[in-house]
Design a protein around this ligand. Structure first.
Ligand code: GDD
Ligand code: MN
Length: 239
């Protein structure tokens, strides 16, 4: 247990303002709890200079803790995760957004939960206990609730938050799941949980608050929503 190492995957696209704060918080929580970790930043050629900021942060915190695995251009969130997993050296992987919507303070709770139940996956949930969403407009709330509700009915996945991405995985479990996944983009999150259930992996849940970003803007647009609907139908038809 003492030798556990956590690899945090941080995909970034135009997160120059957010990156210094999230990395500072992550290092603080991991250092305070004396947990071994690395933060893998997967930047997709952000035009705002996110990668340059990441390099400065690497100088400050060291290349043991800050690992840069950039890609040339914006290739999407799903493949960014796959790229990150390939480079992860920890036995656990944590996936989260870099825009501070996912607060690093929940990570110690994820780790505690994982150890308590020896879970394969621990999923943050906005839809249970003290979990919640702050700062979204009604449209975004309805889309998220709707996507979760419809997926619950169609696929009965055994987890309360299917579209959230703040989760902890055993690395080999995540690798197996990802190999089986067909979707790219935002629907990936949902497919991961469906596949986890399909393979019989155990899932623990931790209530989280999702706070909408202050800096920059969301990359989720209409085409992502259509992609989600298509992905859902595909999974319904095939699992
Ligand atoms: N490398 C890379 N490439 N990173 C990306 C890309 C990409 O193509 N697109 C987005 N990101 C990064 C962003 O910089 C951010 O760190 C994270 O991925 C999430 O992107 P946002 O654009 O902030 O997503 P959101 O806030 O609209 O959506 C959140 O909620 C959704 C629904 O609950 C995310 O948590 C989604 O993963 C989630 O499905
Ligand atoms: Mn966001």
């Amino acid at each position: 247990m003492a030798r556990d190492k956590y690899s945090v995957l941080l995909p970034t696209y135009n997160e120059r303002e957010n990156l210094p704060i999230i990395i500072w918080l992550l290092c603080k929580y991991f250092d305070e709890s004396k947990i071994d970790y690395e933060i893998i930043v997967i930047d997709d050629g952000s035009p705002d200079g996110t990668l340059e900021v990441a390099k400065q942060l690497q100088d400050i915190y060291g290349d043991k803790h800050i690992v840069l695995r950039p890609r040339e251009k914006k290739l999407g969130l799903g493949t960014a995760y796959i790229h990150g997993i390939r480079h992860a050296t920890g036995n656990f992987v944590i996936i989260m957004d870099a825009d501070l919507s996912h607060h690093p303070k929940f990570i110690p709770e994820f780790i505690k939960k994982q150890r308590e139940g020896n879970y394969d996956v621990v999923s943050g949930t906005r839809y249970r206990g003290n979990g919640g969403v702050y700062g979204w407009d009604l449209r975004r709330k309805i889309i998220s609730r709707g996507a979760n509700y419809i997926t619950q009915i169609f696929l009965r996945p055994g987890a309360s938050d299917l579209t959230g991405s703040f989760r902890l995985y055993r690395k080999e479990v995540l690798q197996k799941i990802v190999e089986a996944c067909v979707s790219k983009g935002y629907v990936f999150q949902m497919e991961i949980i469906i596949r986890a259930r399909q393979f019989g992996y155990t899932i623990g849940e931790v209530p989280i608050s999702f706070v909408d970003r202050v800096y920059g803007e969301s990359k989720l647009g209409g085409s992502e929503i259509i992609g989600f609907a298509k992905g859902l139908l595909y999974l319904f038809a095939t699992t």
